[in-house]
Design a binder for this molecule. Structure first.
Ligand SMILES: Nc1ncnc2c1ncn2[C@@H]1O[C@H](COP(=O)(O)OP(=O)(O)OP(=O)(O)O)[C@@H](O)[C@H]1O
Length: 366
């Protein structure tokens, strides 16, 4: 069966010569929730607009359900787009806003009314149907934008930072609604965001972009635990990067010489040889902080890797202990652990160890 959406070697160079998107490849299954994530200017919106048909495609093929749509007008594509500012018509009521797309399509009035009623009901907007959107809250406006896009029954819904205008609490609750709605409707969502927590919470797969290129396409957990590039390791999660040189590769284990001494890691997905430069990606969640009073050999035997540290700050917040410490490189690291795990073993201002299991880290060859 054909993919719902396929980007094959898609590129975009703007008229002024800016290469905004470079060799973008992605196959999306029906009903998938895909997020484009990356820093400002990396090409997320340009890619979304090319899918919608609002931006011309310089190179490559854009396929929707197996059909090449590069040259199809936006209104002829089975896509619908929600913009960050929602672009609602202020002089129209909620109902008229939602009805608009169906009128453009020339749907018979009875059928259009029926569809509008259904979607207003689904999104909890029936009671405000005759109100103008300017009088409503950010969350309600967001729902109107969703209703307006969904009423035309698109195969693919494109969302450009749709929650960007909402405050943090509302954002969380709308996130949940959005996910439930998407599951319920079973349509494909492509969502642009620069908020990693949003992408991690909502998506089936995340496309991380950097300077017009795709860095990695992975499900959220894999992206978080197995970054494939230094850029992704720095961009996602809270990782410490330790660069070193491979001393030995043997028995499913790589030993490296690093500024922190000899450390052990698991081999990367790509091959790696003695003498190669590589970085260990150490997530804050993988770190165990221990008092310096313990024998180092014992710590190493238990965890695999150990590095001395200076414990600067300990703060108990409910059941969580926040730990601030400095590594031998001078790098400061903040982490959180369950208070029960640490009990009263640590002292602020004292020396300690950071220890971790090689299996909890990722090695990236350079
Ligand atoms: N109409 C345009 N003409 C020329 N260059 C453009 C145009 N629109 C965007 N660009 C450039 O293309 C690149 C990608 O921009 P784009 O808006 O796609 O990035 P983005 O990842 O969506 O950023 P943001 O998160 O800030 O919206 C940037 O360098 C931007 O300056």
């Amino acid at each position: 069966m054909a993919y719902d959406l396929q980007l094959s070697h898609i590129g975009k160079v703007y008229d002024n010569g800016t290469p905004a998107v470079i060799d973008f490849n992605l196959d999306v299954d029906k009903g998938e929730f895909i997020a484009f994530l990356g820093p400002s200017g990396c090409g997320k919106t340009t890619t979304l607009r090319m899918i919608a048909g609002f931006e011309t495609i310089t190179s490559g093929d854009l396929m929707i359900r197996g059909k090449r749509v590069n040259d199809l007008q936006p209104e002829k594509r089975p896509t619908s787009m929600i913009f960050q500012n929602y672009a609602l018509f202020p002089h129209m009521t909620v109902r008229q806003n939602v009805m608009f797309g169906l009128e453009v399509k020339g749907l018979p009035v009875t059928e259009a009314n029926h569809k509008v009623d259904r979607i207003l009901d689904k999104l909890g907007l029936t009671e405000v149907a005759n109100v103008r959107p300017t009088r409503l809250s950010g969350g309600q406006r967001q729902r109107i934008a969703l209703a307006r896009s969904l009423v035309v029954e698109p195969d693919i819904l494109l969302l450009d930072e749709p929650l960007g205008a909402l405050d943090a609490n509302l954002r969380k609750s709308i996130q949940n609604e959005l996910k439930l709605l998407q599951r319920d409707l079973g349509i494909t969502f492509v969502f642009v965001t620069h908020a990693q927590s949003e992408a991690l919470a909502l998506s089936d797969r995340i496309v991380v972009m950097n300077a017009g290129r795709v860095e990695q396409i992975s499900p959220p957990r894999e992206l978080y635990t197995r970054p494939q590039s230094i850029f992704v390791a720095r961009f996602i999660g809270a990782n410490t990067l330790i660069s070193g040189k491979v001393r030995n590769v043997a028995g499913g284990s790589v030993s490296l010489d690093t500024p922190f001494g000899a450390l052990v890691a698991e081999p990367p997905a790509t091959s790696i040889t003695t003498g190669a430069a590589a970085s260990i990606v150490l997530p804050a969640e993988a770190m165990n902080v221990l008092p310096a009073s313990m024998p180092e050999a014992e710590v190493r035997a238990k965890h695999g890797n150990v590095v001395p540290c200076q414990i600067n700050r300990l703060q108990l917040v409910g059941h969580i202990l926040q730990i601030g410490m400095t590594l031998p490189s001078g790098e400061m690291v903040q982490l959180e652990g369950h208070a029960d795990k640490y009990r009263d073993t640590l002292r602020a201002g004292a020396a300690g160890y950071v220890a971790w299991n090689p299996a909890d880290t990722t090695l990236i060859a350079q």
